[in-house]
Design a protein around this ligand. Structure first.
Ligand code: CMP
Length: 143
């Protein structure tokens, strides 16, 4: 069982795509372990995007991700990290396949609607940036 961090970015929230994105993850069979509408602080953005420091798109990325509410989520299930990346599609929107979230809805790479952790290490780190341990729910089948 894996957990992954998924975030509908400010462009996805403003375009009214939270429900569409959540539906795709639920349809796949992943379980929602945590979710909240929140504004990313500059300190959280710096931690989250530390690997992109110095890249040409970094200043815009920081401004954009803190510009309005995001919908932060934790999804869990077998191979949740890889499955989430498949559902989301490639970062470069010109390569994101139709049927993926970015392939179906995103027009620009720097406004690509949604983020998903790329490895178990990133998932653990990113979940820790946005959620306290007690915010994560655990359940199997409804009684
Ligand atoms: P994400 O993979 O969620 O995290 C890094 C983000 O940087 C990426 O989505 C894009 O939104 C943004 N970005 C903007 N330009 C680029 C680029 N040329 N290459 C990669 N990421 C980019």
């Amino acid at each position: 069982m894996e957990r992954t961090y998924v975030m509908v970015k400010p462009d996805g929230v403003q375009r009214g795509l939270i429900g569409e994105i959540v539906r795709r993850f639920e349809n796949k069979g992943l379980r929602l372990a945590a979710a909240k509408l929140m504004t990313v602080t500059p300190a959280q953005a710096e931690r989250h995007y530390q690997e992109h420091v110095g890249k040409p798109f970094y200043p815009d990325l920081m401004k954009f991700i803190t510009s309005g509410p995001v919908f932060a989520m934790v999804w869990e299930g077998d191979s949740a990290i890889a499955l989430a990346r498949k559902l989301i599609g490639k970062t470069d929107v010109t390569e994101a396949a139709p049927g993926t979230i970015r392939g179906d809805f995103a027009l620009h790479t720097n406004r690509n609607l949604v983020h998903g952790s790329d490895s178990p290490e990133s998932a653990e780190r990113e979940i820790g940036i946005f959620f306290a341990p007690e915010e994560l729910q655990s359940y199997s089948k409804a009684v």
